[in-house]
Ligand binder design. Structure first.
Ligand SMILES: Cc1cc2nc3c(=O)[nH]c(=O)nc-3n(C[C@H](O)[C@H](O)[C@H](O)COP(=O)(O)OP(=O)(O)OC[C@H]3O[C@@H](n4cnc5c(N)ncnc54)[C@H](O)[C@@H]3O)c2cc1C
Length: 693
């Protein structure tokens, strides 16, 4: 080592990353190396015990260990790494202010685990519960308990049976443990629910293989299967593939239908998003990063990959290591040792680890275990299982917490309370004066908003300056993305004029979207529209539009301007011009109050009534930008509303229309091309007739 202080950046605070950080820190002095660990969350999740949280045997906090308390001497950063620039040796991360930052490294360790891919089976992502994060486990436990509460009070027997039917997809460790825990929770709770009969409860485990738990020996597999199915407790559906999941249950590939109101998905592991975003040259197999025997990323001298995210060959048997906690921890430790060797100019060593054993809890105070040549099953194995996991927990404080929870669980019934982190459910009207913030970037997301009157601005920090990026109008909603993704707000929302918004808490909006499918579809659509437009991923185009005023791309308004009180016939007459697609509507003082589109006219004609006016057909309070806005605001506003053309008004307070902007003109001008000649008459596209921008 040559004297200067090296920086080792570790991405991911799971088993692998934590062990790696801890080992480097123990081996190298602070003057030799700075260790920086990035994780989206500020804690490690002990995933092997997630099923126990679902089954209410453990409190969620017992299996989460705060990283900075576990890793003294390591600089822990609760931030998401967006990408790695291998050539410049930098990691690029998202800051809380929705900006990006860069950090240079001497060595980078990629330990970002895997992700769940619920889209492998139709309907799975809409109707099934994954089990990978602590949030998944808490949500699933609450859902299971809600089904019990609903089953207790329903009069309809068929509904009760469906509410009490639980299907777990996947017969590996996590599927078996989840099925066992849900079964114990639901059946154990029976005595507190007098209207639920045990015969009405059904827990099924669907597995495509011939036997569950393919990782352990056949005799233990058989024991596990026999124990789980004894007295009809859990139904095993082997050699069965799940074809689709719906709100009523699961359809299998052979056509059988399993009614269920709870479906748990433990299959479909996939690459972490960070890995998916890596350039094609970074070799991977089945989504996992390919490494050299010493865990160095293939083709890279200062990048390493460990844990579930990596495909590492074990020198003991020449096989690729399984994605398990045991391997992740050992890889973390040995990778740290190799980094130190590389820094000292010594030869690195290939990864080598002899598996110590396999343990799996199957419910009913029973487990199966294979350890150091010994095979155990039943209560003794369960006892060993608990003992081993207790001592695998990363801290003494967690061990005590878990030990106490387990001791409690042996004596007292499981906790059936549905504890919600949300505040009191409410919907309320709130008022903001122009310039006031509804929320700011970085705030936690717990509320969804619909604009009742007035306009709001979407504000982001760009190059350290607050910039308006879009304008929202009455009827628009916001806040849905952060709520759906359970992350802090990424933009601020500020009142542009006096603003009235209806706010709804998370539970309320969740409930409404469950009950009103078109609302769920509209939200999904808005999330896609607002975040997934190709042009929004082109920083140069965004930069060019940001520097440009709408006046530079504005076209003039094509007369006539209609008035709301005019007979509807006036709109019909205006649309005799074959090139016209819109007409703007202004009030007595010339302020923009509506838009009539060709679609509106066509829809109106069959149901026309004498006395109908332009006001009958028009869309009131259309989206508009002002003369002071940038071209980027116009492009974002058009995108967010799915519009091709937008009116331009004088200012936020004076809504006199002064021109129109066309989305295609914006794109062309942003790319440095001339806008199309305004040959055709220009008109706005109304919200009822969104033309995808
Ligand atoms: C339900 C379940 C049960 C399991 N049971 C067992 C078992 O009984 N025995 C066993 O050995 N194994 C078990 N496993 C597998 C075991 O938990 C994993 O193999 C192990 O957690 C992998 O460790 P890791 O460090 O590679 O990844 P993880 O533990 O998944 O950690 C990855 C970390 O990286 C962070 N991260 C990801 N992307 C980014 C980013 N871009 N920026 C910043 N941070 C990021 C994540 O927040 C996460 O904290 C189970 C897994 C599950 C899901």
């Amino acid at each position: 080592m040559k004297g200067e202080r090296a920086r080792i950046v570790i991405i991911g605070g799971g088993f692998a990353g934590v062990e790696c950080a801890r080992t480097v820190r123990r081996t190298l002095r602070a003057s030799e190396a700075e260790v920086v660990l990035f994780d989206r969350e500020n804690h490690l999740v002990f995933q092997p015990l997630l099923a126990e949280v679902v089954g209410s045997s453990l409190e969620p906090s017992a299996i989460c260990a705060p990283l900075r308390q576990m890793l003294p001497g390591v600089s822990c950063r609760t931030e998401e790494v967006l990408r790695i620039d291998f050539d410049r040796r930098r990691v690029v991360y998202a800051t809380r202010e929705d900006m990006t930052g860069e950090l240079a490294y001497d060595h980078v360790v990629i330990a970002c685990g895997g992700a769940s891919n619920l889209s492998i089976i139709p309907g799975m992502s809409d109707h099934a519960y994954p089990m990978r994060t602590i949030g998944d486990a808490v949500e699933l436990r609450a859902h299971v308990l809600r089904q019990l509460e609903r089953a207790e009070v329903t009069e309809d027997e068929a509904v009760r049976r469906r509410l009490l039917s639980f299907v777990v997809v996947g017969g590996g460790y996590s599927g078996v443990e989840a099925a066992g825990e849900i079964n114990d929770l639901v059946r154990g709770a029976g005595r507190f629910f007098p209207h639920i009969r045990q015969g009405e409860v059904s827990v099924s485990l669907v597995h495509s293989g011939e036997q569950i738990l393919p990782e352990i020996s056949p005799s233990l597999r058989e024991f596990a299967a026999k124990k789980m199915t004894c007295s009809g407790q859990i139904r095993l559906l082997l050699k069965s593939r799940c074809a689709s999941v719906g709100v009523e249950g699961v359809t299998l590939a052979d056509g059988r239908f399993l009614p269920a109101s709870t479906v748990v998905c433990t299959i479909g592991g996939t690459a972490a998003p960070l890995v998916e975003r890596m350039p094609k040259e970074i070799a991977r197999e089945k989504g996992r990063l390919l490494t050299e025997p010493d865990m160095r990323l293939k083709g890279q001298s200062r990048a390493w990959a460990i844990g579930d995210t990596a495909s590492i060959v074990n020198a003991v048997d020449g096989k690729v290591c399984a994605p398990t906690g045991q391997f992740a921890q050992r890889q973390g430790r040995q990778c740290a040792a190799n980094i130190v060797r590389a820094m000292r100019g010594e030869a690195t060593r290939p990864f080598r680890f002899r598996v110590l054993g396999q343990l799996c809890s199957i419910g009913g105070h029973s487990a199966v275990a294979e350890m150091m040549g010994l095979r155990l099953s039943g209560f003794l194995a369960w006892f060993v299982w608990r003992g081993v996991y207790l001592f695998k927990l990363p801290e003494w404080s967690r061990r005590f917490k878990v030990g106490l929870d387990w001791a409690w669980d042996l004596v007292f019934p499981r906790d059936l309370g549905i504890v919600k982190a949300d505040t009191t459910q409410r919907h309320a009207l709130s008022y903001y004066d122009a310039g006031q913030y509804v929320f700011r970037a970085g705030d936690p997301a717990s509320t969804f908003y619909v604009i009742q009157s007035g306009e709001a601005e979407v504000v982001r920090s760009v190059d350290g300056q607050e910039r308006v990026i879009a304008v929202l109008k009455p009827g628009d909603f916001f806040g849905e993305k952060a709520l759906a993704e359970n992350r802090p707000r990424t933009s601020s929302i500020r009142a542009r004029t006096r603003l009235e918004v209806l706010s709804m808490g998370r539970e309320l909006i969740d409930d409404m979207t469950r009950r009103i499918p078109p609302l769920a579809a509209a939200l999904k659509d808005a999330i896609l529209r607002r975040g997934d437009q190709g042009w929004q991923n082109l920083p140069e185009l965004q930069g060019a539009l940001r520097e440009m005023s709408v006046t530079e791309v504005m076209r003039s308004i094509e007369p006539p301007l209609l008035r709301p009180e005019e007979p509807a016939q006036a709109a019909l007459d205006a649309f005799t011009d074959p090139d016209r697609s819109h007409c703007l509507v202004v009030d007595g003082v010339g302020a923009l109050v509506g838009i009539v589109t060709l679609d509106d006219v066509i829809r109106w004609v069959p149901q026309a009534k004498p006395g109908d006016t332009v006001g009958t057909l028009m869309h009131a309070s259309p989206a508009a930008v002002t003369l002071g806005d940038t071209a980027l605001v116009a492009a974002e506003t058009a995108s967010a509303h799915g519009l091709r053309r937008l009116p331009v008004v004088l200012s936020a307070t004076d809504r006199s229309p002064v021109g129109m902007v066309d989305f295609r003109d914006l794109m062309r001008t942003g790319h440095g091309l001339p806008a199309r000649a305004p040959a055709a008459p220009v008109a706005a596209q109304g919200p009822s007739c969104p033309v995808p921008a």
